[in-house]
Design a protein around this ligand. Sequence first.
Ligand SMILES: Nc1ncnc2c1ncn2[C@@H]1O[C@H](COP(=O)(O)OP(=O)(O)O)[C@@H](O)[C@H]1O
Ligand SMILES: [Mg+2]
Length: 286
Amino acid sequence: MAKKNDDVVIGPTGRPYNGFVTPEKLDRHGPARIIALCNQKGGVGKTTTSINLAASLANYGRRVLAVDFDPQGALSAGLGIATHDVPTIYDLMLDTKSDPHEAIIPSNVDGLDVIPANIDLSAAEVHLVNEVARETILSRVLSKVAKDYDVILIDCQPSLGLLTVNALTAAHGVLVPLECEYFALRGVALLIETIEKVQDRLNPSLELDGLLATMYDARTLHSREVLERIVETFGDKVFETVIGRTVKFPDASVSGVPIIEYAPSHDAAQAYLRLARELVHRGAVA
Ligand SMILES: Nc1ncnc2c1ncn2[C@@H]1O[C@H](COP(=O)(O)OP(=O)(O)O)[C@@H](O)[C@H]1O
Ligand SMILES: [Mg+2]
């Protein structure tokens, strides 16, 4: 964790530790800033971060919509939401005249709503490939609900295909979770290239909000070295908040609740609350 250095506490990214102040309550809501959580690598913490960041922002009074954009439906499951026989994000994308409100399900967390996904979404890449303006379909769907929320988080699937391009086109910002393991940075160049292409051709105002180091284990030299490499490469784009490795996450997802409800005093719950405060501090969320 943090180490002392002439009275200044240095965080794991090498910057002075900042707890970030508790955000002020909002007196008005919306329109939402849309953030896509992307990394074409699986198992890096996209879904865990989507669930727990969404719950943490809701905890600070933000109105949050989490969009499950992975046919695995792990975000929906992690928030205890059934995905059988319900309208999903796929239905909304197939019929862009439909009202997205009909697919929104309130979660058990106050202020956090979900648009679920299920395996149907795996057909989307094939079905949408001949659509006119196929990259902007999600953007058009979300524009109908953006005024109801302060932030919309899109939990992307592990690929850089048409669905992820839709997410990047709909988004104002991208958050990239990186697992503190060797090869964490492998593939990131390709992801950045994809982001740049989307900026160039589809969504000029898209910003890289930041990179989030996940599954960090301060006890291993390995983890510390990988984090150092990430910071060397991306500098201040790396969030000061780092998510430690803990079995509480798998445990919480099985229970279908975010970690801030499952184990509120655990370091991992505190880390996601701090990430929420850091995003507000950075202006990425109102
Ligand atoms: N900080 C963490 N420490 C330990 N396990 C984690 C952590 N974050 C996520 N996990 C676990 O790792 C697996 C992959 O995480 P997930 O968020 O589903 O990644 P992705 O959505 O990028 O595929 C899940 O089983 C999850 O519970
Ligand atoms: Mg996932």
